[in-house]
Design a protein around this ligand. Structure first.
Ligand code: ATP
Length: 334
């Protein structure tokens, strides 16, 4: 059950960000609580990445300034304003207290070092572990993100991994110091739908296990439905709507939120048909294509008022059977 009295771990207060004379974030306010996921959703250029880069204090290196605002973080030393920290102080906060994963893991992984070296480096830096303790811990982290053959994985180089594996390595690295806040900036956008579903499930599970606050940046309301508790909708640098995901999906207020929701595949309702309580699931695997039954998805159970079905829910459900959805079902859902 949600504890509405829990105090936020991170609060963005009246934040404005400018590049030269151009204001790209205007008076933004939101907060995140431990154990909950806040999705920041908005179209390209709405300011999602600048917001996360500002929290990490990485935006200045590309010319950003902050004419107003505070970013309050409740850490071990009590509440601090990240915007008034020196870059040196931020170096010990980044990665340790607040970690980030990005859309393209290849840009954050060093091609000439093994996976083991790269995870261990972060552990040595923040936790001062010896090399062998760091390698042991790295293996535990790789198991935590469900990478098979963790030991073999430690000796591999980034180019020897698939995109989904690299993203899991990035999650392992981000979680190395058990951060209080994880910022995930479109971490699944570059992956195909089956792998996206696996990564979202892993993130969801680890978030609960570690009781982290997660800020999840995306432009995809289908992803929001699966991963978020709360949503902030951004449009042209401003927050236009905010609320618990279930309420926002059931009763969107802002035209832009409505437009975002309309882009998500829905069953039936678009053609004015009543929403089917159950629908056929066809899978395609080594044994051919066949009907495996009828299902009521998690998504329909969650969003009874605004039935929403994403391809990912179904793929996740059948992934254990190494099965893939028949294209006809996806067509049917559209
Ligand atoms: N270094 C920079 N210099 C000038 N303007 C910038 C810079 N970085 C971002 N902007 C501008 O800030 C605005 C917000 O960009 P931001 O990258 O945060 O959008 P976004 O919502 O993350 O988009 P996307 O989904 O495409 O990543 C855009 O108008 C962008 O052009």
């Amino acid at each position: 059950m949600t504890d509405i009295s829990s105090s936020p771990i991170l609060t963005v207060e009246n934040l404005s960000v400018e590049f030269g004379h151009s204001r790209v974030i205007d008076n933004l306010n939101f907060s995140v609580i431990a154990g909950r996921t806040l999705a920041i959703v908005g179209e390209s250029g709405s300011g999602k990445s600048v917001t996360s880069q500002s929290i990490m204090r990485l935006a200045e290196s590309t010319g950003a300034s902050y004419p107003s605002g505070r970013i309050l973080f409740s850490g071990e030393q009590g509440e601090i304003d990240l915007l008034s920290q020196s870059q040196e102080a931020m170096r010990s906060i980044r990665g340790k207290d607040i970690a980030m994963i990005f859309q393209e893991p290849m840009t954050s992984l060093n091609p000439v070092f093994t996976i083991g070296d790269q995870i261990s480096e972060s552990l040595s830096l923040h936790k001062k572990l010896t090399k062998s303790a760091a390698l042991d811990e790295s293996m535990k982290l790789l198991k935590m993100v469900r990478l098979p053959d963790a030991e073999d994985m430690l000796n591999r180089y980034p180019h020897q991994l698939s995109g989904g594996m690299r993203q899991r390595v990035m999650i392992a690295m981000a979680l190395a110091c058990r951060p209080k806040v994880l910022i995930a900036d479109e971490p699944t956008t570059a992956l195909d739908v089956t792998i996206q579903a696996q990564i979202l499930t892993i993130l969801n599970d680890l978030q609960k296990e570690l009781n982290m606050a997660v800020i999840f940046i995306t432009h995809d309301m289908g992803v929001v439905a699966e991963i978020a508790d709360d949503v902030v909708v951004m449009w042209k640098g401003k927050k236009v709507e905010q609320g618990p995901v279930k309420e926002l999906f059931a009763n969107p207020q802002h035209p832009y939120t409505k437009a975002l929701l309309a882009a998500v595949p829905k069953l039936g309702s678009m053609a004015g048909e009543p929403f089917p309580k159950r629908f056929p699931i066809t899978v395609m695997d080594g044994e051919g294509t066949r009907l495996v039954g009828e299902e009521k998805t998690q998504a329909t159970a969650c969003y009874d008022k605004s039935p929403l079905l994403s391809v990912r829910d179904l793929v996740t459900r059948f992934d254990s059977k190494k099965a893939f959805l028949d294209v006809s079902l996806i067509e049917y859902m559209r």
